[in-house]
Design a protein around this ligand. Structure first.
Ligand code: F6P
Length: 552
């Protein structure tokens, strides 16, 4: 692996610094002066139409961003990732989530291993299993068919499956419901197990490592619940785990130790990062819910975006331009956060999913060779669906003092076609999407506020500065393929930013210390006096509070 290039020392960075120093963001002027602005800065990738004309973008800046991408060797690094080089330096691993969605007819051999062949042999097993559950051929211990699938996992083994399940509800089989247990908070298992019939419930324990405390604890709790509940119903328990538990993991030996039949385990590989794994066997709950054909469309969507990322010149490459633009916002315009605002209730977990994808990937302070980063990295991603967000936090985006670039996502076709009198509800909804991006870009001047007859003393409070950058992403409809395209778009945006910053976007050492401490505190929490005395004063006080107040 070559040493990271210090982006801040490149000619393009210096050029961008000059551009930024002389830049006045003025969307009104930019649009007035250039009738072709939208045409010029609109792009397409697969089924996505992406309008960057309300982003901070000028011809000069776009060229300089493309130059910066070239000067940090983005194309070479991208090709290294797609070909299976070990670009995850600190874990000495390839990064091949793109191989999970390659068609069967493709071939990719990495270090002597037929990766595409391996992927499709697991996929076929997942599909066969999904078909059995969906058709009722897979029976529980008492011969009943499965009605509820409970995925037990956390982080990448939860966020992707739950987000995609919620997003693709219209494609789900009517006779099957999924639930997701992730948190070690007993509330999660308690609530999700509540009302379930053990005879018709199937658990999928999803964990890449099969060592994650939350997941293994919840899996044991679910197993105990299953056996106890079957017994209470007078049902047999012998062999019940084999009929009601399957697993997804890269550690199949640990799956067997847990007591799950290796026949019922679906593998994946250490070259798939947890947050990049929804399109591996980690998506088994989704494959059951939406069926193999829809799951295959989902994968084909990812692949479409992969091909766009690999084969489109930087000047029209959506993940490259959006990623480079994010770098400009963070490093030149000082943006600390980035909002993702889907105008689709189905995407209500998409921002949460993106938080792990982007922040676990790019929240790093050293580069892939261990040296300190040379610029800020890793903005905070956050968001909620519109229009709910409009009534909560948009105030700060419109009139606050922080720059918050925002991605707006919407679909031309609704799933539900309601009318309110003559009004089409989806059009009322989309009116908000169009209106918000317009208001953010163009604002409202003091004169415009006055012209509405506003009393002078409150004019300034009602002024909208405008010039708040947004990217608008639209597609005909939220289908499995379009969801795959959207996810892959953000995966590649994240990659592009990581390359500019010279960081390993595929490790996550920052999550380890807290985990170790939680384990080490077990004795103190359960009342061991010596262990408690050895704690720092704040931690000791918190544990003492807990011990004094725990009454049930
Ligand atoms: O602690 C963070 C993390 O390692 C994530 O990267 C991962 O997605 C999650 O935990 C769950 O890990 P696993 O799939 O191994 O249970």
């Amino acid at each position: 692996m070559p040493s990271p290039i210090d982006a801040t020392q490149t000619p393009a960075w210096h050029k961008l610094t000059d551009i930024h120093n002389n830049l006045t963001v003025d969307f009104r002027a930019w649009f007035e002066q250039d009738a072709e602005r939208t045409e010029k800065f609109s792009l397409s990738a697969g089924d996505l139409f992406v309008d960057l004309s309300k982003s901070v973008m000028t011809d000069e800046m776009k060229t300089a961003l493309e130059e910066l991408a070239a000067e940090v060797n983005l194309a070479e690094r991208r090709d290294a990732m797609f070909s299976g080089e070990r670009i995850n330096i600190t874990e000495n691993r390839s990064v091949l989530h793109s191989a999970l969605r390659r068609p069967k007819t493709d071939s990719l051999t990495v270090e002597g291993q037929d990766v595409v062949g391996d992927v499709h042999s697991v996929l076929e097993r997942v599909y066969a299993f999904a078909n059995k559950v969906r058709s009722g051929q897979w029976k529980g211990i008492t011969g009943k068919t499965i009605k509820t699938v409970v995925n037990i996992g956390i982080g990448g083994s939860d966020l992707g499956p739950v987000m995609a399940y919620e997003a693709l509800k219209p494609f789900k089989a009517e006779n099957i419901e999924c639930r997701f247990i992730s948190n070690i908070d007993p509330t999660d298992a308690g609530e999700k197990l509540s009302g379930l019939d053990p005879e018709t419930t199937l658990f999928i324990v999803a964990s890449k490592t099969f060592t994650t405390l939350e997941t293994l604890t919840n899996a044991r709790i679910a197993r105990a619940w299953l056996l106890r509940s079957l017994e209470e119903q007078g049902a047999p328990t012998d062999g019940a785990v084999a009929k009601h538990f399957v697993a997804v993991s890269t550690a199949l030996d640990k799956v067997a130790e847990f007591g799950i039949d290796p026949e019922n385990a679906f593998g994946f590989w250490n070259w798939v990062g947890g947050r990049y794994s929804v399109d591996s066997a980690v998506g088994t709950s989704l494959a059951i819910a939406i069926g193999p054909d829809n799951f295959a469309d989902f994968l084909a969507g990812f692949n479409k975006m992969d091909e766009h990322f690999q084969n489109t010149p930087f000047s029209r490459n959506v993940p490259v331009l959006m990623g480079m633009l994010n770098v400009f916002y963070v490093n030149f315009m000082n943006a600390a956060t980035h909002a993702v605002l889907p105008y689709s209730q189905f995407l209500h977990r998409f921002p949460a999913y993106l938080q792990q994808l982007t922040m676990e990937s790019n929240g790093k302070r050293v580069r892939w060779d261990g040296t300190p980063v040379t610029s800020k990295t890793g903005e905070v991603f956050w968001g909620e669906p519109g229009t709910n967000g409009q009534h909560a936090f948009y105030q700060l985006i419109h009139q606050g003092t922080q720059l918050i670039p925002a991605d707006f996502i919407a679909f031309a076709n609704p799933t539900y076609a309601f009318k309110d009198g003559d009004a089409d509800q989806h059009e009322l909804f989309l009116g908000n999407f169009f209106g918000q991006t317009k208001a953010l870009a163009f604002g409202k001047t003091a004169d415009e506020v006055r012209a509405e007859g506003t009393p002078e003393e409150i004019v300034s409070a009602r002024v909208f500065e405008g010039n708040k950058p947004t990217a608008s992403i639209m597609a005909p409809e939220l289908t499995p393929s379009v969801l795959g395209q959207l996810i892959a778009l953000y995966e590649h945006i994240t990659f592009v930013q990581g390359i500019v910053w010279g960081i390993d976007s595929f490790d996550q050492w920052g999550v380890e210390l807290g985990k170790q401490m939680a384990k080490a505190l077990t004795n103190a929490v359960s009342g061991d006096k010596a262990a408690l005395a050895a704690e720092d004063q704040s931690t000791r006080a918190l544990i003492e509070y807990y011990r004094a107040h725990r009454t049930k």
